[in-house]
Write a protein that binds this ligand. Structure first.
Ligand code: AIR
Length: 204
């Protein structure tokens, strides 16, 4: 079983490999515990909807041009891993990070943002009680954060950042946005035309 030390060494050797940008993941998603996975699923759903592929081996990129990776990194149980992940992120080719943590001491997003600076980090408070610790940064130490549990929006924000450089992503974002807009139109007409009870019956 690989230890935390092995994982830190892996990150360091990935960073030293200096691979071209097309071969490294664009978005790094980290979370404080695998118990955060359900809440963080929204980020994966959004990236999947935008055509991103998951990179599970730093040396072997998937077919998709845009990719993400994910790890569990605990600010309190594995502070050395958190530091190594944030410190090597830029050299490992990542362009933007999403970090989620729960509990009252949800320090992974804010500490990752401090160490990985100037790489942008989008923080996801996994629970309502985590919001203050994620967003409470001092002047000069920035983090972008979403509301509790809104990991889907965190992924959209990261792709908005990437889309400034990649027209293809801009188009995918606009298409996804239009789809959601059309969805509102569809339910609006259905609610009106079927009537409240008819609409509810349709949902069953
Ligand atoms: N956490 C893990 N290490 C540091 C923190 N703050 C958070 C996780 C998770 C919560 O603690 O992000 O939301 C509970 O973790 P677990 O592993 O006990 O389920």
């Amino acid at each position: 079983m690989p230890s935390v030390t092995d994982l830190i060494e892996r990150l360091e050797s990935d960073a030293a490999a200096d691979r071209p940008g097309e071969e490294t993941p664009d978005v790094g998603i980290i979370m404080g515990s695998d118990s955060d996975l359900d809440t963080m699923q929204g980020a994966f759903d959004a990236l999947d909807a935008l055509g991103f592929g998951e990179q599970t081996n730093h040396a072997e990129p998937p077919e998709e041009r845009f990719t993400y990776e994910s790890y569990v990194v605990s600010a309190h149980r594995t502070p050395d891993l958190m530091y190594a992940y944030a410190e090597t992120a830029e050299a490992r080719g990542l362009d933007v990070l999403i970090a989620g943590a729960g509990g009252k001491s949800a320090d992974l997003p804010n500490m990752t943002a401090s160490v990985a600076f100037p790489l942008p980090v989008v923080g996801v408070p996994v629970q309502e009680k985590s919001v203050d610790s994620v967003i409470g940064m001092p002047t000069g130490a920035p983090i972008t954060a979403v509301d509790a549990g809104k990991s889907y929006n965190a992924a959209l924000s990261t792709v908005q950042t990437l889309a400034r450089e990649h027209d293809e992503l801009r188009e995918r974002l606009v298409a996804l946005h239009d789809e959601r807009r059309d969805g509102v139109g569809e339910v609006s007409v259905a609610l009106h035309d079927l009537g409240v009870q008819g609409f509810r019956n349709r949902e069953r």
